[in-house]
Every structure is written in structure tokens, then in C-alpha cells.
Design a protein around this ligand. Sequence first.
Ligand code: UDP
Length: 496
Amino acid sequence: MAAGSQETVRMHLVMFPYMAQGHIIPFIELSKLLASRGGFTITIVNTPLNIQRLQSKIALLRLQAENLDIRLAELPFDGTSHGLPPNTESTESLPHSLFLPLLQASQQLEQPFQQLVQDIVRKEGRLPACIISDIFLGWTLDVANRLGIPRIMFCTCGAYSTSIYYSLWAHLPHRQTDSDTFCVPDLPHIRLHRSQLSQILAVSEASDPWTLLWKRNTSCNLSSWGTIFNTFEDLEHDFLDYFRRITGRPVWPVGPILPLTGTLKTKKIAWRGNESAVDAETCLQWLDSHPASSVLYISFGSQNSISVSQMRELSLGLEASQQAFVWALRPPVGTTELSSDHLPHGFEERMRANNKGFLIRGWAPQLMILSHPSTGGFLSHCGWNSVLESISQGVPIIGWPIAAEQFYNSKLLEEEVGVVVELCRGIDGEVRKNNVERIVKMLFDGHDEKGIELRKRAMDLKAAATIAVSSTGSSITHLDDFIQKLKYSKGMENQG
Ligand code: UDP
């Protein structure tokens, strides 16, 4: 290739997601977007097992669009000294009790990461244009500062939940009151209930390891060059503005970052994050056999599950509702394998026999299911990716947040947006068969006022999300602004 050709002048971006599916999936989507719209070379950095899993995915992307220059790079990782089982490099394969050790272990990647970026500099004779790294990897700012490169945080969560989360970790307001409800210090109009605290936050102290880690992380994130959010202005404008105020730096909401709509209804989309545990064709045929908007999809995401007793009540309630459903089952909390004892006696057989339930043991082709016309509701833990996937398809949500910022996602979408009705909270929350039946019927009954309103809001949001990512929409305008700033900036102005 001759000097000065397109290949030699591409700017290089280094992208570093946290080791969790809910983070890696949107990072891949953002990489695609930046490589195609900005013409950048992208290197995605991660630990060996995560990179190996991505290899065939990236090869497929290159086949789909030959000019995408997306590369993968491995960093050596061994979490055993932090108490992680050998060969575990993702939250997906860990119980909650090992999430902190994984986060702590991720800091050992600092030196190898710096080395990797320096190798890129040596090879190309210039600095990468920026490092785009995860909200959990605040320490990458130190590497960026040492090498003189702008660091951008890519927040795979929403702006509302991130703002609340930052404030809670900074002030621990729940430790200063015995009351069941309390205000969020920097956002006093938001009142939380204790049951909306993750287990980790509920027991946090000013100097415990999580709190210290989060404080350090937050201060790095707030002093980075800017923040990209996987959200859109219309959905979270006030909270994006709040973020702009507290950082004093650019904030670019460029979402929902999802594959192109045309690809969703094909089998190709089944392979997203992980390989689907079911044959995509079989799943599509099952969905095809049901009327439009008549199927409830149930999933608690890539790393959460519910208790055995909750699983039983949920099953009984679903059966009583007589609504068709697809359920992505993960082993219940405290177990490593799902057994038929975890479900009511004969449940699976009955659901199969009357064509009411399609059970997926393991990874479900979620986006393919949500984009199918038969899907009319999503019982979700309200992970942010799931939320965006659901609303971008016009599917209303029954909320059952389990951990982390999922409680605030559910709160935002129920109280401020009106597209969620909450069924339960956490793994200790009470869930009764009758309540499941009532809420499912409410959502699907074409005459229930609340159900009608939820479906209408979902369609409004779908329209708003579609406009945001259209060629003149707010998200694409922000994306182009980010690309321009990157291409024409003088470097690290304002980075702390
Ligand atoms: N996902 C999937 N199949 C599954 C479970 C999850 O495709 O069986 C995908 C889902 O579509 C989403 C991501 O994994 O893109 C999960 O992210 P989210 O933020 O919803 O939840 P998390 O797993 O991070 O709690």
C-alpha cells in the first residue's frame, strides 16, 4: 500500500470493555459504528478468553463490511490470586460474591495495557487518537495520561442510573438514616427505597473495598476527556445535562447502538455475545406459530438469576395467565446447574404440549426474539442493554430488577417514562403466582387501560429511538460531533 493511501492515514482508536457480556456487546456495536462512520482503525482489547470468543464474531463483521478495520488484542490475565477460579474472565461465569475480586483483578491489566498501547505507538510512529474504555476501568485514565492520549469513558449504562449510582457511592446517604426511603444527595427530587439498593451498596462503608474502588473509579471517569453514553437525548435529556454539569466536559449520547434493523429478523442476529443455546430457525418457527404481540419474553440477562422459590412462583403464574412465553433460563441463585426440580412438577412438558412455553436453557437469541412481531412483552431484569433492545422494538417491559443499577433503570422507566410496570425486586423480593398472572394479563389484555398505555408508550419510544439514530437525529449528530472533535482536537485539553 503506497504511503498516503487511506490505510496509512486512518486514525487508531483503542477500545477496552469490562469483562462482561453487557459491556462487551455494546462496545462491539460502538466499534462497528466508529470504524464505518469515522473510518478509524479500531483495536479492541481484552483478556484471552474474551478475545477468543470474539474472534469469529469479528471475522464475520469483516466479511459483512470488508473495509471495517477492527482488530483484537489479548492481555495476559490470571485472576486466581484474587480468588477467582481458573479460566474465569467474565461475570457471566461467576457468582455475585466474586464480582469484586474480578474488578480488583482487572487492575492487574494496567501494565500489559500500557505496553500494548506503546507497541501500537512504536509500530505506527504516532499515538492512537484516543482510548475509549469502560466505566469500570477508570484506571485506564492513568495509562492515557502517562502516554499523552485522550481517554473517553464509554458508559454502557443510562445517564439516570449512572448519576444516581455516582451520588450514592460518593455520599452513602442510606447509612445516615434509619428511614426506609431517602433522597439522592445531588438529585434531591429522586427518592429511593432501601429495596432499590444493590446488596453491595446496602452494606457499604466509607472505607470498604467496593466503596474505595468506586470512589477512585468515579474520580477518573469524571476527569476524562469526555463520555459517550449508550442512550439518547429524548430518553434521558435532564440526566445527560446533569452529567454535563458535573463533569464540565463533553457528553455524547449516541444510542441506542444496535445492529441495523434490517438484520434483526434474520438468523445472523442469533449470534450476539454468545452462541445461541437453541437453533435460531426452531425459535423463529415457534414464534411464527403465535399471533402478533402475544408472546412474553423472559430473561434476567447474562449474569443474574432468581431464587428457586421465585422461579416456581413465576412458572405457576405464567401457566395461570395462559399467555405464551419464551423463557431464557439460567440456573437459580446458589446453584450451578438448572434441574427440572427447580420448576413445578410437569411444567416443562405441559408448556411444550400446549405450545405455550418455549424454554431456552442458556444463551437466548434475545434481539432476534424481541424483534419478532409475535413478541409483545418482556419480563426483564432491566439491564440497560435489554431495556434499549426492548424499547427500540416497541416492546413494553415488566420489570424485575435484581442488582446494581437495574433498580434505577426500572424506576426511570416506570416513574418518568411509563414503559415499565414493576413486578418484583431482587432475589429476596416476594413474588406470588397471582400477582404474576395479574400483571401478565394486564399487559396483554387488549382492554386494560394500563396495558394499553404501556404498549402505547413503548411504540412512542420506538419512534423516538428511531428518529435519534436516523441520519439527522440527535444520536448521529452527537456521534459526528465526537468524530470531528477527535479528528480536529489538539489532544488532551481538560483531561485531569
Ligand atoms: N443476552 C442475550 N441472550 C441471553 C442473555 C443476554 O443475547 O440469554 C444479551 C442481551 O441481548 C444484552 C446483553 O446480553 O445485549 C445483556 O446486557 P444487559 O445490560 O441487558 O444485562 P446484563 O447481562 O449486563 O445484566
